[in-house]
Ligand binder design. Sequence first.
Ligand code: PBG
Length: 347
Amino acid sequence: MHKNNMKKPLACNTLQIDEATSSRRLRRMRKADWSRRMVQETHLRVDHLVLPFFLTYGTGVEEPVDAMPGTFRYSVDMAVRLAERAAKLGIPAIAPFPREKAEIKTDDGSFIQSPDNLINRAIRAIKKEVPEIGIISDAALDPFTTHGHDGILKDGIILNDESVDMVVRGALAQAEAGADVISPSDMMDGRIGMIRNALDQHGFQDLPIMSYATKFASAFYGPYRDAIGTQGVLRGDKKTYYLDPANSDEAVREAEQDLIEGADLLMVKPGMPYLDIVHRLKSTFRMPTYAYQVSGEYSMIKAAGINGWIDEEKIIMESLLAFRRAGCDGIFTYFALEAAEHLRNNS
Ligand code: PBG
């Protein structure tokens, strides 16, 4: 029986190949650089990169993040310089994340709606001096809450609708500051529709929404909490609103819901361990799909690179190409500057 199976002609597209299989040599086009270039299926360009970075108060500050060697917290004036550098390299967009000061934190995170919070100050300053770069602003409560959650916490429960109301106000404040894309990352139900309505009612009908549609309850965010100063702050975990890392069908339902509510772009987060989700969303919805190579992914590569255990530059480029192969239209990566420089020097 086994023998019979082996004798059966192999189906190769439309051709039925039998003895011809023995002359098939898959290595023929791999033999030289020129021929490999001819059959390369996916490419990474600078257009595919988005640079996330951290903000802090003060002037002239560029403060290293311990858990993410090579990344910094920038005061607003230095963030403008960073944006200039990114724009010069051709990076299309940046994504600021604020380390807010303890004094402004409240249980309901209401400082998210202040025009004077760090993210809004940075948006205004960058839009004034580097208008050509896109700013994708994170509409989330975690930098502003005393408990580090992305929602309003009451008696141990994250209140959905109250949290959405507050995120909507934050999104409007970001739109007014000049953000180019609003990206809610809180995973509350109904937030995309509510934000879309509010934006439309306030004259921002042309402002796109990038939904963190599938954000998983992941330990890969660990170093980010050091970066924005919520590591000791977070009470409990985010499992009641972020997705279970075990679930893929539910991720599709989340993305579908956000698209129905008006999301223009989808985000999968974290990135590398969730490329199957990227592939599934892209092939299901055919919408612009982004992924976030998050802090833990960054720090793992960086730590191994610093120790000389891996070739950091090659690993960065290979990992970014893998995102593209899986179906990503773009990647949020703390390596965006290095990757853009590599692409500039090697093309
Ligand atoms: C929360 C938020 C998170 C990240 C950015 N915004 C996750 C979290 O703290 O739960 C993680 C980014 C990263 O790890 O690089 N709104």
